[in-house]
Write a protein that binds this ligand. Structure first.
Ligand code: PLP
Ligand code: SF4
Length: 345
């Protein structure tokens, strides 16, 4: 973390940066900080302006274009916040922002309004208030530790929080959302993983977007979690233009994840956050891609394609229409190869 690159002007020491790219770096930083670990930087192809890793971290002037439908807080998380740092949108689960720091600042981040800002760093009083809320709301069965990135906290702090949650009898299980296995896999040590074992089952949802992120180091991190921590590891990806919006890449990514022991959970339609239009893939295309996955590839490799509705509507699945017709007697289905089947009611 100490060796992170946080000045975008230093990028040109490591990868080729054009003058036109560089000219907006100052303005871009006002909207959203820049930051990358040496590890993640090393995955960038130096001379390729379209490298899928580069596109995720190097600021682009496109971010300064704000489409009229884009929002600062697209999921209205700050409105659904009964106590500071906790979003309680769905009846039985709550999302808790433990840190607003991340190893790498992803250019498409939904929370760019606060991620990387030191003003937003939760203090211990915020944590106590959130814990009291969770204790007094017995309908909450799951707490999702999120951020920023919750693994930006020290092992001890994180374990202390998990222990407090485990002591609340109505909490069924705990989930951690983190991108460290992708951006700084060395954070996931054997020692850290072993500390999680006591709290089984811990579900950890990570965030790989491209098969090139599935490196030996990432694989080691996952192995630590699974073998030493008994952690169940899932992945959510964002469908991103020019990064993973092709059938070949999506299939490759999902197979690489399963090969590492990670179950693809969600494929997200990109949230409508300020300055994200250049990452946006149409829903029609997303549905078409999902259609080309299902049936042709192992069901274990297939995530659910979802959109989180702008305005705080929550996540809904984006369905592929296999059910073509229904009448009083039968259903007409189309299978993955386009062949029709009638099934009697
Ligand atoms: C995404 C999200 C969750 C988790 O939803 P799942 O469908 O259970 O993965 C919970 N709370 C909020 C506010 C969310 O945005
Ligand atoms: S790791 Fe997650 S929270 Fe952090 S910048 Fe990337 S998308 Fe945003």
């Amino acid at each position: 973390m100490q060796n992170r690159l946080t000045d975008p002007f230093e990028l040109k020491k490591y990868i080729s940066i054009s003058e036109s790219e560089e000219k907006d770096f100052d303005r871009l930083e006002k909207f959203f900080s820049f930051g990358v670990t040496p590890y993640y930087l090393s995955l960038i192809e130096k001379e390729n302006p379209n490298c899928p890793i580069r596109l995720q971290v190097v600021p682009r002037n496109d971010e300064l274009q704000h489409a009229e439908y884009e929002k600062l807080d697209p999921l209205a998380e700050d409105e659904n916040m009964p106590v500071k740092g906790l979003t309680h949108r769905y009846p039985d689960r709550a999302l808790w922002y433990l840190s607003h720091h991340c190893a790498v600042f992803c250019r498409f981040c939904t929370r760019k309004r606060k991620v990387g800002s030191s003003f937003e760093t939760p203090i211990s009083e915020d944590r106590e208030n959130a814990l009291s809320y969770l204790r007094s709301h017995s309908e909450i069965k799951e707490v999702i530790l999120s951020g920023g990135d919750p693994l930006s906290l020290s092992d001890d702090r994180l374990i202390e929080i998990i222990r407090s949650l485990k002591n609340i009898s109505h909490i069924n299980h705990i989930r951690i959302h983190t991108r460290y296995p992708v951006t700084l896999p060395f954070r996931i040590t054997k020692e850290f993983s072993e500390k999680l074992k006591e709290f089984f089952p811990i579900f950890l949802v990570t965030h790989f977007n491209h098969s090139r992120e599935c490196t030996d180091d990432a694989k080691k991190a996952i192995e630590n979690l699974v073998k030493h921590g008994g952690v169940i590891v899932l992945n959510q990806s964002v469908l991103l233009k020019g990064i993973n919006d092709s059938i070949d890449e999506l299939a490759k990514l999902n197979y690489s994840l399963v090969n590492m022991g990670v179950k693809p959970y969600y494929l997200h339609q990109c949230d409508e956050v300020f300055g994200s239009k250049h990452f946006k893939v149409s829903i029609e295309k997303g549905i078409e891609l999902m259609k080309q996955l299902r049936g042709f590839h192992s069901g274990i490799t297939i995530p659910n394609y979802v959109i989180d509705l702008t305005g705080g509507g929550g996540k809904i699945p984006l369905p592929t229409d296999y059910l073509k017709k229904t009448d009083t007697l039968s259903y007409e289905f189309e299978n993955f190869k386009g062949k029709k089947f009638n099934i009697l009611k």
